[in-house]
Design a protein around this ligand. Structure first.
Ligand code: ATP
Ligand code: MG
Length: 405
């Protein structure tokens, strides 16, 4: 686009152009370049690319081969050539130039004033930096690069041809530097935001780690106590411990996977079943979950607690004299998820009414079903029973009817 416009300008010029005409064509091109740079800066062009484009277009606007972006390095008190055109290959990203007030760039940085030096060899104010001398530079212009904060450095245009940079040229250079300065400021703000985001990420990870550790501690205390009480109390304490472990595992997954918005339900339920296997030695748990179903923690935790209660029941009312086999399955699409728990036990009592149970297990199962905005289906098998919970997927964070149980 820029090239096309440039060509158009060049083509419109008569073959023999007067100095005034070519000067005005250059001024028009300078205006276009400032507009192009503004667009590049606003588009969020990657920073280093923006520096290089600024150097390239600025050189073009000044009809010179040499331009560079100098970044001030406070520790060394020197400038690093971070981007540029016209220079030997090894200069960019490596060469440094003095930033003291006796160098043109240093002067521009220290005073904040634009500097034109059209006769470097006769210059009384500054010495000629070695890099410029080596490239045969005869004249230079420097303007400060500054956003709202500390100066970033200097934008410098150089030429090894006789001639003069004018006041209009330095206004153009300052215009380009102002646009770049704005982009630099934006880049600084973005870097600060990224650092804040990284810190929040770390804190969130730390919080999940601590919640997991604290819950695991409570669960293991209940479990320890269970060893010293009678059978009925032991069962209650172990069940309470298992519920707490199921919640702890969610927090463990959140900090381990570093994905705080979603939990993949398959590995999460496998974790829970693995922990349950310790307290249910007579049960074999089969987990069959479609891979890749990830849901918000607000849904994953009630699902896990739902499964936990049904496994506890299936184990309790399973085949009295044999090992109980329990199947946990999850299927789903982008609309709904179905979770099922099936056993081959004695089967549900004939008068079984899920809403009427006075046991904690079915009360929790009903509460989690309504918390998830789902529906519960109960199937009697021969032998055994199956509970299927179907609930809508959520993109947001809050499950419908979300409430404490
Ligand atoms: N998988 C199952 N197989 C056979 N019967 C079951 C099954 N699940 C539940 N039941 C029956 O439903 C009743 C209610 O279960 P619920 O979990 O609400 O209470 P509980 O297990 O008796 O007590 P709690 O859960 O408070 O320890 C049980 O007492 C049992 O008779
Ligand atoms: Mg129960």
């Amino acid at each position: 686009m820029a090239e096309a416009r440039k060509d158009a300008v060049v083509e419109e010029l008569p073959r023999e152009t007067s100095p005034e005409e070519s000067n005005s064509a250059l001024r028009i091109r300078q205006q276009e370049i400032l507009a192009e740079l503004g667009v590049l800066a606003l588009q969020g062009t990657p920073f280093i690319e923006l520096l290089n484009e600024t150097a390239r277009l600025t050189a073009e606007g000044l009809d010179t081969k040499f331009c560079k972006v100098l970044e001030y390095q406070p520790v060394e008190a020197r400038f690093l050539v971070t981007a540029g055109v016209g220079w030997e290959l090894e200069v960019i990203g490596k060469a440094t130039v003095g930033a003291d007030i006796e160098s043109p760039a240093g002067y521009a940085l220290k005073t904040g004033k634009p500097v034109i030096s059209n006769h470097l060899e006769n210059e009384q104010r500054f010495r000629t930096p070695e890099l410029l001398a080596r490239h045969g530079i005869k004249r230079a212009m420097n303007v400060i690069l500054q956003g709202d904060g500390k100066p970033y450095g200097v934008l410098e245009a150089d030429s090894r041809l006789e001639g003069e940079f004018s006041v209009k040229d330095i206004s153009f250079l300052q215009g380009a530097a102002n646009i770049l300065g704005m982009a630099i400021e934006r880049q600084r703000i973005e870097a600060r935001l990224r650092a804040a985001l990284d810190r929040n990420h770390l804190l969130l990870q730390e919080v999940n780690h601590r919640v997991n550790n604290s819950l695991a501690l409570v669960a293991s205390m209940l479990h320890l106590k269970a060893a010293s009480v009678d059978e009925t109390v032991r069962i209650h304490l172990d069940e309470a411990s298992n519920r707490i472990t199921a919640i702890a595992r969610a927090h463990q997954r959140l900090y381990q996977t570093e994905q705080f918005e979603k939990i993949e339900i398959g590995p999460y339920l496998e974790d829970i079943c693995q922990s349950l296997a310790g307290s249910l030695p007579d049960c074999v748990l089969h987990v069959d979950v479609k891979a890749g179903i990830a849901i918000p923690p607000d849904q994953a935790i009630p699902v896990a607690l739902f499964v936990n209660e049904l496994i506890a029941n299936a184990a309790k009312y399973g085949s009295p004299d044999q090992r109980s086999e329990i199947w946990i399955g999850v299927v789903g699409d982008d609309r709904e998820i179905s979770v099922s728990v099936r056993d081959q036990g004695v089967g549900l009592p004939p008068d079984f009414e899920p809403g009427a149970s006075r046991g904690l297990g079915m009360r929790l199962v009903n509460a989690f079903t309504s918390q998830l905005g789902g529906r519960l289906e109960i199937r009697r098998h021969d032998p055994g029973a199956e509970f299927i919970l179907t609930f809508p997927r959520l993109d947001g964070r809050d499950a419908p009817g979300s409430r404490a149980v």
